[in-house]
Design a binder for this molecule. Structure first.
Ligand code: ZN
Length: 410
């Protein structure tokens, strides 16, 4: 079963009754967390035995399902806490500050036509919340193959979980192999014996990373006398950076997936797990790996949702091997890969060819065949570039690039 959380804005203010409910819910969670810590239990059942009765007596009117759900949230908080202790991190006693509540699908009603949520507060008291609907939201509400999961309510928005049966990935008719770099995905697209280079460029991601990195540095220096403020400001910078990068990665992933779906293509990526840049003096100036890992995560879950096959391949030696003669070169070269056998090619594209060969040799890309010799050097397809996005770095000027699924041939 696949689950996707879709965020909705709420129309108008949250009704007072709902605000009280959020506060009661938080209270119930924190009470249960405290009780669970004392009794050293984390499971929902144990917490129910421990905390349900007491809370019920104090709040005789609260809808029973909400209390059960609060205990479940508390269980999650406690499990995270326990995990952090096990990892040996410094931990404080967990306390939920954020106002939020969660309701399982039997504890609320959503009218999928008009986007109105009916949320029971207590016997005889329900509130109606109107969701702001866009075309994006309509796609989920109107899709009858999706069922409703839990509802998470925050003071200014609601997150509705949509569930669907996992699709069996289609049998690929082509393959898209991509080498992941700081500013781009570079690779090859193979179909019917033809091999073409493809790329998706996202230079703004590195620019944003660098800018926020510098800003954090400056903040730390400026606020070095006040560590608390410094930490708070840095965290805020980090959250901003996160959001801005995330937005762009989604755009990149969407265009890649639209292309793959259109071409019935399997996507081949390197497995970044365990990959660590070598620690050296330059390390501090290197950008973190997070955006690349995050891009893979986004591509993978979106592909799963749409039934597009994704193959992850161990990248060992992929940047140092010659795909023609198989010779292994001992060090990375410049931008161009060159081999004694006469083969030469852009380093990144060469790496993607090796990824594809590994994928095919393992039989994971269906019955596809691939001949590096049939390579068309002069054809380059751009699957994504910043001009296709609605916003681009740095000044937020908007350029209309239309649907991001467009692929331009140069
Ligand atoms: Zn060679």
């Amino acid at each position: 079963m696949l689950v996707k959380g879709v965020v909705f804005r709420l129309e108008g203010e949250l009704p007072a009754e709902a605000k009280f409910l959020l506060e009661d819910f938080r209270l119930a969670v924190n009470n249960a967390v405290r009780a669970g810590l004392q009794a050293r239990v984390t499971s929902r059942n144990a917490l129910t035995k421990l905390a349900y009765k007491g809370f019920r007596q104090e709040h005789p009117n609260m809808y029973a399902q909400h209390i059960v759900s609060a205990l479940e949230v508390a269980g999650g908080v406690l499990k995270n806490h326990r995990r952090r202790i096990a990892r040996g991190n410094a931990v404080r006693v967990p306390y939920v500050r954020r106002l939020l509540m969660k309701a399982e699908n039997q504890a609320y009603k959503l009218n999928r036509r008009n986007g109105i949520i009916d949320l029971p507060i207590r016997a005889g008291c329900h509130v109606r919340l109107k969701l702001v609907l866009s075309e994006y939201h309509r796609r989920y509400l109107d899709d009858v193959s999706l069922t409703l999961g839990s509802l998470t309510l925050l003071p200014d928005r609601a997150i509705v979980a949509f569930r669907k049966e996992a699709l069996k990935p289609f049998v690929p008719e082509s393959a898209l192999s991509l080498d992941t770099n700081e500013r781009s995905l570079d690779g090859v697209f193979v179909k019917g014996g033809e091999v073409k280079t493809v790329k998706a460029v996202f230079p703004e991601v590195a620019v944003i990373q660098q800018r926020h990195h510098d800003r954090r540095r400056r903040l730390q220096k400026k606020k070095s006398h006040d560590r608390r403020t410094s930490r708070r400001l840095c965290r805020r910078e980090g959250a901003r950076e996160h959001r801005r990068i995330e937005f762009r990665l989604h755009q990149v992933a969407n265009s890649i997936l639209a292309f793959a779906e259109d071409q019935r293509s399997a996507i081949v990526l390197e497995d970044l797990k365990g990959f660590r840049p070598r620690w050296n003096k330059e390390f501090n100036r290197r950008l973190s790996l997070w955006p690349r890992r995050e891009l893979h995560r986004i591509i993978e879950y979106k592909a799963q949702w749409r039934g597009i096959p994704v193959v992850k391949v161990d990248p060992g030696y992929s940047s140092r091997t010659c795909p023609i003669c198989g010779r292994l070169h001992d060090s990375r070269m410049g931008t161009e890969f060159e081999c004694e056998c006469g083969w030469h090619l852009d380093r990144h594209i060469n790496a993607s060819m090796n990824l594809l060969q590994t994928a095919i040799s393992k039989g994971v890309a269906g019955g596809l065949r691939f001949n590096p010799g049939a390579f068309q050097h002069d054809v380059m397809m751009t699957l994504y570039e910043p001009a296709m996005a609605a916003r681009s770095e740095p000044n937020g000027t908007s350029c209309t690039g239309g649907e991001s699924s467009r692929a331009t041939t140069r």
